[in-house]
Design a protein around this ligand. Structure first.
Ligand code: ADE
Ligand code: ZN
Length: 336
């Protein structure tokens, strides 16, 4: 088996704030004089025991307090990019949560300019590319999401699309219909978290009410064969995050993850990390661990990587380049 590290892949489901490693939390807190309620990175990491999505989100939002300056956001993006690239990720469509920073009093251009700067530095250092997708927080008011979209437009933020994240249960996607309609009118791509903790109805709303072109997670689509058939027929990709599903106890262990069922159903499955600093691994680790758990061969791994490329919003010529590199990876693994 060729090293999975070398398999070129695209990451479609990573929250840039979820790449904030405990060591970086400590360093940023020190440089900005933030007082933390724990002594070191290991002590923080020991708190990363989650029972569900909300128990994770509570810590994730608390940790954002250390992200304050343009430089902090730049460093966050740069460190993720370099690390992901070392694991074979050639391009990422990275989520960020503008509202989570605005409500803390951090200006939108501080966030956006910092992330853009970090990704630009990574591009010139290692060739890694990234696009940004602004996510709205579904447990915050709809009006705030609309205002955030207008603010992003006002500063001409270089985003390729919008998403919907945060607590799924009790916060239906249908509330955000107007926000996503406005985003579509602005020419933005649309994705949404659905079917992570919520059932098929949550996915239906993401598709019908938001016009989502990809479903983030979507594993609970398996609860409804009609929804599976619809996703297959419409070629809607799922950005599946196996280690996240285990860490947040949507699935009790990796060996019982529904990845094999999703693949057998003919769904357009991609493998991603979600919040790698919290869930025990980056994109590469997710590939490696599912390969081991389900004894996936190189051809299947190459198919998963191809899915990530085809599900991306990259221009077709760049997609074709990466697809060729995947073909080369597979050919090297099995010379004729
Ligand atoms: N925000 C960051 N990670 C998330 C996840 N896995 N689900 C919903 N919102 C999130
Ligand atoms: Zn997510």
């Amino acid at each position: 088996m060729r090293r999975i590290t070398d398999l070129p892949k695209v990451e479609l489901h990573v929250h840039i704030e979820g790449t904030l490693e405990p060591e970086l939390v400590m360093k940023l807190a020190e440089s900005s004089g933030v007082d933390l309620p724990y002594a070191n990175a290991d002590e923080l990491r020991r708190r990363y025991v989650f029972t569900n999505l909300q128990s994770f989100l509570d810590i994730y939002y608390d940790n954002l307090d250390v992200l304050r300056t343009n430089h902090d956001f730049s460093r966050l993006a740069y460190e993720y990019a370099v690390r992901a690239h070392a694991g074979g990720v050639v391009h990422a469509e990275a989520f960020f949560d503008p509202q989570a920073h605005l409500i803390r009093g951090v200006a939108l251009d501080t966030v956006v300019d910092g992330l853009v700067d970090g990704f630009a530095r990574a591009r010139s250092d290692c060739g890694f590319t990234a696009d940004l997708i602004a996510c709205f927080l579904r447990d915050r008011p709809v009006r705030e999401a609309l205002e955030t979209l207008e603010s992003l437009t006002a500063i001409d933020a270089p985003i390729i699309g919008v998403g919907l994240d945060s607590a799924e249960l009790g916060n239906p996607a249908s509330l955000f219909t107007e926000v996503f309609a406005r985003a579509a009118a602005l020419g933005l791509r649309r994705v949404a978290h659905a079917g992570e903790e919520g059932g098929p109805e949550s996915i239906r709303q993401a598709l019908d009410d938001l016009g989502a072109e990809r479903i983030d997670h979507g594993i609970r689509s398996l609860d409804d064969p009609e929804m599976v058939a619809r996703l297959v027929a419409a070629h809607i990709p799922l950005t599946v995050c196996p280690l996240s599903n285990v860490a947040l106890q949507s699935v009790d262990e990796l060996a019982r993850h529904p990845l094999p069922e999703l693949l057998a159903a003919g769904l357009h499955v991609t493998i991603n990390s979600d919040d790698p600093a919290y869930f025990g691994g980056y994109a590469e680790d997710n590939y490696v661990l599912v390969a081991a758990a389900f004894d996936l061969d190189d051809a299947t791994l190459a198919d998963l990587a191809r899915n990530s490329v085809r599900a991306s919003f990259l221009p077709v010529d760049r997609q074709d380049e990466v697809l060729l590199d995947i073909d080369r990876w597979l050919a090297d693994a099995h010379p004729t």
